[in-house]
Design a protein around this ligand. Structure first.
Ligand code: SF4
Length: 256
């Protein structure tokens, strides 16, 4: 493992920030440690401020990758690929994160996952699905939860991303297509322009692009368009996982 690069994916969230900080503390001077981030247009503008603050905390630059074909824009991906998401995941992460990583990674890279202590089962699933591959989950190893990571970032004097301050679980896009009904009501309330942009894509692409389902009543389990989202509880923190290169990779591995 001595020649391997240690690759930390920084997703503009507290967990990936602390996982990166721990990996730097453990491996700087022993391995080449790389920190990478994918630019996504629909993330909150404040994510870039958080990234800059973390570069100062790490005392290292973060390599920012951007998909030029789609300008890092999820709506362009949906329009050009004529698809939003299916059982194997969302096309935005595949095009804007996974394919970027595939071009950049080396076979001997050791990946640093930002799984938190609550996500130990996801980490164990990944290890079982990938025998022989070397990866690290420093937050699981140290028993650090999401709340621990937020507290550590604050103690470092860094303001958390605005999406956290608004009550969301992570700093994903302002309207993540992996979210459920309560989450999308929150997006409709907080970011009506972003909500409408996904409605317009669904207007164009039709029923194959609908990702929400009725939970009860005569249409139970049928999909419906975002535009028809009924009023109801607003839930900003419904447990949506953060969106990273490596979570996408892990999900693809489970589905393979
Ligand atoms: S945060 Fe959600 S919408 Fe944004 S790229 Fe990731 S999966 Fe797609």
């Amino acid at each position: 493992m001595s020649a391997a690069r240690i690759v930390c994916q920084f997703s503009c969230g507290a967990a990936s920030a602390v996982a990166t900080k721990l990996a730097l503390a453990q491996y700087t001077g022993k391995h080449k440690v790389e920190i990478i981030n994918a630019f996504i247009k629909q993330e909150h503008e404040d994510n870039r401020r958080f990234l800059g603050d973390c570069e100062r905390w790490f005392e290292r630059p973060i390599t920012q990758l951007r998909n030029d074909k789609y300008d890092g824009d999820i709506v362009k991906v949906f329009r050009l690929r004529q698809f939003i998401k299916g059982p194997r995941g969302a096309i935005c992460t595949v095009e804007l994160k996974r394919k970027l990583l595939d071009r950049w990674k080396q076979p001997s890279d050791v990946i640093v996952f930002g799984f938190t202590a609550e996500e130990e089962d996801r980490w164990e699933d990944w290890m079982q699905a990938n025998p022989g591959r070397i990866a690290l989950a420093p937050l699981v190893t140290a028993g650090l939860t999401k709340e621990d990571c937020k507290a550590m970032v604050l103690r470092a004097g860094i303001r958390l991303p605005v999406m956290y301050e608004l009550g969301y679980d992570n700093a994903n896009c302002k309207g993540c297509v992996k979210g459920g009904e309560g989450y999308w009501r929150a997006i409709r309330h907080d970011f009506p322009g972003e909500f409408e942009s996904i409605c317009l894509v669904q207007d164009e692409l039709g029923p194959g692009s609908w990702f929400l389902r009725y939970r009860s009543g005569p249409k139970k389990d049928q999909r419906f368009p975002l535009r028809d989202l009924p009023d109801g509880p607003i839930v900003r923190n419904e447990g949506l996982p953060s969106c990273s290169f490596f979570c996408e990779m892990a999900e693809q591995d489970y589905a393979a």
